[in-house]
Write a protein that binds this ligand. Structure first.
Ligand code: PLP
Length: 388
């Protein structure tokens, strides 16, 4: 039986052959650490990382490559952003986020609530679409509000939030704006300059097709002045300085880089740039439409999130009546070779929103390597299991 990977929201698979080739070549032919030697291999590693940074900057239309801070994953980028901005805030500092956020936003905010008394407020979203109403965010702003955090694409329902409108509201009120682009980078166009977000975090290992252990925090020019470091250490630059450099991106990148991972990520981003995010999005829209059409009306099968592809990406939560999500995922794998993810997907409030807490759902998530055949197999399997 063919195995069909449908867990691209967790991490993308398979990776383009160029990604694997670059990692093998790095391990075999280079192996040096950037900024840690004067020999040609160390310089080649430095150049490779600069190329990777430049490609990421091009992809999101960042002002300059140094606005791209390289991290271990999206969670680390989000944590750097949230804690860097809020760690020294006075009690009562207000933060707005949505009920569709992932634990990598919920947990740092809830930890800071306990530790220093910030007041996070999670704005309710529409139960059927998962969409946040920007006016609800506007109404929640107070004089103590310091940050608005918003997930771009929900990892539970695929909902695309109206982040441009939220960014505009944040700007009008002089409030910081952080976007969690974990599920959108590489899937949906992101132009940080047009958007005007202060910070955007995303993984390298999902839509950008790099390996696990890679992620990014984009920081708008000047915003680093408000953003404390969460970790300090060696950067391989300005070593005579006994304190963390204030220059970007060294301020936030400590220790030897995950160079082998970045060699892969650089090729992943090149692949995405070459194919074009608009074309990847077109395919995702087509596959999402097909999945909804083929599962429409199946008795006993619930498919969550927006029906309109303008407001969703190819991340589908489903449930079959009387079958627990974990059992459904097991049956999809053992009977049809479909690899999915059951449970709460690190987003408990999102599941409360759509009424699937605490059991959760079974999630199928598409990527640029997902084919029409894969989607047809998944839809047919769900129809068969649900008896529809
Ligand atoms: C919406 C969202 N935010 C953040 C994350 C965390 O990403 P990472 O696994 O790269 O830390 C995920 C991961 O699935 C996610 O879906």
């Amino acid at each position: 039986m063919n195995r069909i990977y449908m867990d691209n929201s967790a991490t993308s698979f398979p990776k383009p052959s160029g990604v694997i080739g670059a990692m093998v070549a790095f391990a075999r032919d280079c192996g040096a650490s950037a900024g840690r030697g004067a020999y040609s291999e160390a310089r080649a590693c430095e150049e490779m990382i600069a190329t990777c940074r430049g490609r990421i900057a091009e992809l999101i239309n960042a002002e300059a490559p140094e606005r791209v801070v390289l991290a271990m994953n999206c969670s680390e980028g989000l944590s750097m952003a949230i804690r860097g901005l809020l760690n020294t805030s006075p009690r009562g500092t207000h933060v707005i986020a949505t009920a569709m956020e992932h634990n990598s936003v919920l947990r740092p905010l809830n930890a800071l609530k306990e530790q220093i008394g910030i007041e996070p407020e999670f704005i309710a979203c529409d139960p059927s679409s998962g969409l946040v109403d920007p006016d609800d965010i506007r109404r929640a702003i107070r004089s103590e509000t310091k940050l608005i955090a918003c997930v771009h694409v929900s990892n539970v329902t695929g909902t695309i939030q109206p982040i441009a409108e939220v960014a505009q509201i944040a700007r009008e009120h002089g409030v910081g704006f952080l976007v969690d682009a974990a599920q959108s980078a590489g899937h949906v166009e992101i132009d940080v300059r047009k958007l005007g977000a202060d910070m955007v975090a995303f993984p390298g290992h999902k839509g950008l097709l790099g390996p696990l252990g890679t992620g990014v925090l984009y920081v708008r020019p000047g915003f680093e002045e408000c953003l404390a470091t969460m970790k300090e250490g060696g950067t391989g630059t300005i070593s005579e300085l006994a304190v963390q450099p204030r220059t970007m991106p060294d301020k936030y990148e400590i220790g030897s880089h995950n160079a082998i991972g970045l060699a892969g990520l650089s090729e992943g981003v090149a692949w995405v740039l070459d194919r074009g995010v608009a074309s990847i999005r077109d395919c995702d829209v087509q596959l999402s439409g097909l999945f909804m059409e083929l599962t429409d009306g199946a008795g006993g099968l619930a498919v969550y999130g927006p029906r309109d592809t303008d407001y969703r990406a190819g991340v589908f939560s489903v449930n079959v009546r009387d079958i627990a999500p974990g059992v459904l995922a097991d049956r999809l794998e053992s009977q049809y070779g479909l690899l999915t993810r059951p449970g709460v997907h690190c987003a408990p409030l999102a599941h409360e929103t759509i009424g699937t807490h605490p059991a959760g759902t079974c999630r199928l998530s598409f990527g640029p390597m997902t084919s029409e055949e894969d989607v047809k197999t998944a839809a047919a399997a769900l129809r068969e299991i649900s008896g529809g």
